[in-house]
Design a protein around this ligand. Structure first.
Ligand SMILES: O=C(O)CCCC[C@@H]1SC[C@@H]2NC(=O)N[C@@H]21
Length: 251
């Protein structure tokens, strides 16, 4: 395993237990002088995307990065791609291999086709801007939920330990992730979304294949051809190209 230096300018706090690191982020955001990682060894009320519960057994990684981006909400939200790339690199750093890893739009990390990690972005606004942005990240380092604990049709959950035999502590994973995040954040801040988008697309799962995008009310099927400059999923459908801002993807 590579030893990573903690990135300059980023704070860190480690909590033995909390309701959710996203809730803790909301509580402390206004008191922070700079970006801060909050790592919890146990969460009692972890949440996932679309209001789902997030399975969070001991030994898995659960953290939130709190930022104060000086940007409109749409621009700030592109950091979900920054975080997904950082997660990808952190897994490579702790395992020494990239084989079997891919990214699923909008921001899941897959290992051998199963869901290894998820990201949930929450922001608190101040009119037209973002007061703070919280990037909540969960990684099944030690244990994946059973198929019965996730919704029907969802990608099967996997853990790093079960897929690779490699045991990584949440603290070691945070070191790798924080270093990787800082690198990609620097690129995003200085060069914008274009390089992030290119790297993300190079790692995308099922590009060129027909996939299904479901929102609460509708479903679209089409060939996954691109992610556009706003981070939207672009599908080639029977009715032409459509750009989808938010959905759940089914393979
Ligand atoms: O549904 C998903 O894929 C996103 C899961 C995000 C889980 C993480 S764990 C740390 C942070 N705290 C939470 O309550 N949720 C996120």
């Amino acid at each position: 395993m590579t030893q990573q230096d903690w990135p300059v300018g980023y704070g860190r706090r480690v909590l033995a237990e909390v309701d959710s690191t996203l809730d803790e982020a909301r509580r402390i955001a206004n008191s922070l002088a700079g970006p801060e990682w909050i790592l919890a060894l146990h969460q009692t009320a972890a949440r996932g995307r679309r209001g789902r519960a997030w399975h969070n057994p001991k030994g898995n990684f659960a953290a939130t990065l709190v930022l104060r981006p000086d940007a409109p909400p749409q621009q700030a939200a592109l950091r979900s791609f920054v975080a997904a790339l950082a997660l990808f690199d952190a897994v490579v750093a702790v395992t020494g291999r990239a084989s079997g890893l891919s990214l699923k739009w909008p921001n899941d990390v897959l290992l051998n086709g199963g869901k290894l990690a998820g990201i949930l972005l929450e922001s608190v606004g101040n009119g037209t801007g973002v007061n703070h942005l919280s990037i909540g990240i969960g990684v099944n380092l030690a244990e994946a939920p059973s198929a019965a604990q996730v919704e029907e049709g969802a990608v099967r959950p996997v853990s790093l330990l079960s897929e690779t035999g490699i045991a990584v502590t949440p603290e070691d994973f945070l070191n790798a992730l924080a270093a990787a995040y800082a690198r990609h954040e620097h690129s995003f801040a200085t060069q914008g979304f274009a390089p992030i988008r290119r790297l993300w697309l190079d790692r995308a799962a099922r590009r060129g294949e027909v996939i299904t995008a479901r929102t609460g009310t509708s479903e679209q099927q089409g060939r996954f051809v691109d992610v556009d400059n706003d981070g939207q999923l672009v599908l080639e459908t029977a009715n032409g190209r459509v750009a989808i801002p938010a959905a759940d993807i089914y393979f």
